[in-house]
Design a protein. Structure first.
Length: 361
């Protein structure tokens, strides 16, 4: 069965349908990772987006129980050059096609993903639709142009109720803006007693739990659409150690007077080189974001820029000058992607230890 990918500028790609048999509209983006399609599709940071994979074959090792980053993905659609109908891996439990059907996500294969990626790089991210060939192009294109993409993306993916992940170590509050399970895995490996809270939790609610530290997670969309989180961060910083990742990094920066901007096509992949300014250390990192912190807006009296992206020099990390708090734009949880930056979770643990030690003294 044929399916069409229609871009906001009128470009049409015709391909073969797989996954769910539905029509969708969303923002089209591309991911440069060679593996990790299951983690990417289930990453809530792709909420509302049609995800293009630049690697030519996708689906060859299937779907397994271990690599979910969320149980109910909200990625709008999947675009690939070649869809592997048969998976060959000992962990495989179902095919990518079956998985997308179960999750209600349409896919299209047979697309020239190099040409599509080049267009996105030149024009920037834009709206796009995946539709069947039964509808006329004119009607589908009119529907695409008339569609207004939602701005309440964090509210769509954040947990609605608090829940625990018990352990006997440090008491860490995780504020869920669309968290990846791998963040919970890294904290659990360090025996942290976790309490996951909704995105709109107040500062007082967090402080009442007397946490040793607070994790601000990744999530989708424009950080300026979550003003309540900015207010919450301002209410807890200086009182408890903070570690922010991705959207959490942007929100932490906004809470300290910095500004953010929408990037032309963002960073999405697992091969982004990041330099730590103080040491010159280079880490290859996993990234998934369409917004970035404006370096000119960072007040040096509040924020120290700690990391930059090697290719375009965008801000990849900041640290508060006065409080025990830091954040990074990339994903040190490395799911999928290089494990170079996992040490940042250990730095968070050390920060909590140091604060506890200073209070005792």
């Amino acid at each position: 069965m044929k399916r069409l990918l229609i871009l906001e500028d009128g470009t049409i790609f015709e391909g073969v349908a797989f996954g769910a048999d539905i029509d969708v509209t969303g923002e089209i983006v591309f991911n440069t990772g060679m593996t990790g399609y299951q983690e990417s599709i289930t990453d809530q940071s792709y909420n509302g987006q049609i995800l293009t994979f630049t690697y030519p074959m996708v689906g060859n090792y299937g779907i397994n129980r271990d690599d979910y980053e969320s149980i109910t993905p909200t990625t709008k659609g999947v675009v690939v050059k070649e869809h592997a109908r048969r998976a060959s891996n000992w962990r495989n439990q179902m095919s990518l096609d079956e998985f997308l059907k179960r999750k209600g996500i349409p896919g299209i294969s047979g697309i020239d993903t190099r040409a599509l990626t080049k267009k996105i790089r030149e024009v920037g991210t834009m709206k796009a639709s995946l539709v069947g060939t039964g509808d006329s192009f004119e009607h589908a294109f009119d529907q695409l142009k008339a569609t207004v993409l939602p701005t309440n993306q964090v509210a769509q993916v954040s947990t609605q109720k608090s829940y625990p992940s018990p352990a006997s170590g440090k008491n860490v509050v995780v504020v869920d803006f669309g968290l990846k399970h791998s963040i919970l895995r890294e904290l659990s490996k360090r025996n942290c007693n976790l309490t996951v809270l909704p995105y709109n939790t107040t500062a007082q609610t967090i402080l009442d739990l007397q946490p040793d530290g607070v994790m601000l997670t990744n999530g989708p969309g424009d950080p300026k659409d979550v003003p309540e989180a900015i207010e919450m961060i301002q209410g807890i910083q200086g009182k408890v150690p903070i570690f922010g990742i991705c959207l959490g990094h942007q929100l932490f920066s906004l809470a300290n007077g910095a500004d953010t901007f929408k990037m032309k096509f963002g960073h999405r992949g697992f091969n982004h080189a990041v330099r730590e300014i103080a040491t010159g250390r280079i880490d290859f990192t996993s990234q998934n974001h369409g917004y970035a912190v404006d370096p000119e807006s960072c007040d040096p009296e509040k924020l120290i820029i700690t990391h930059v992206e090697v290719n375009d020099n965008t801000v990849e990390g900041v640290r508060h000058r006065s409080f025990p708090a830091f954040s990074v734009q990339f994903h040190p949880d490395a799911a999928p992607g290089p494990h170079d930056a996992e040490h940042l979770f250990d730095e968070f643990m050390e920060m909590m230890e140091n604060v506890e030690r200073s209070r005792k003294n």
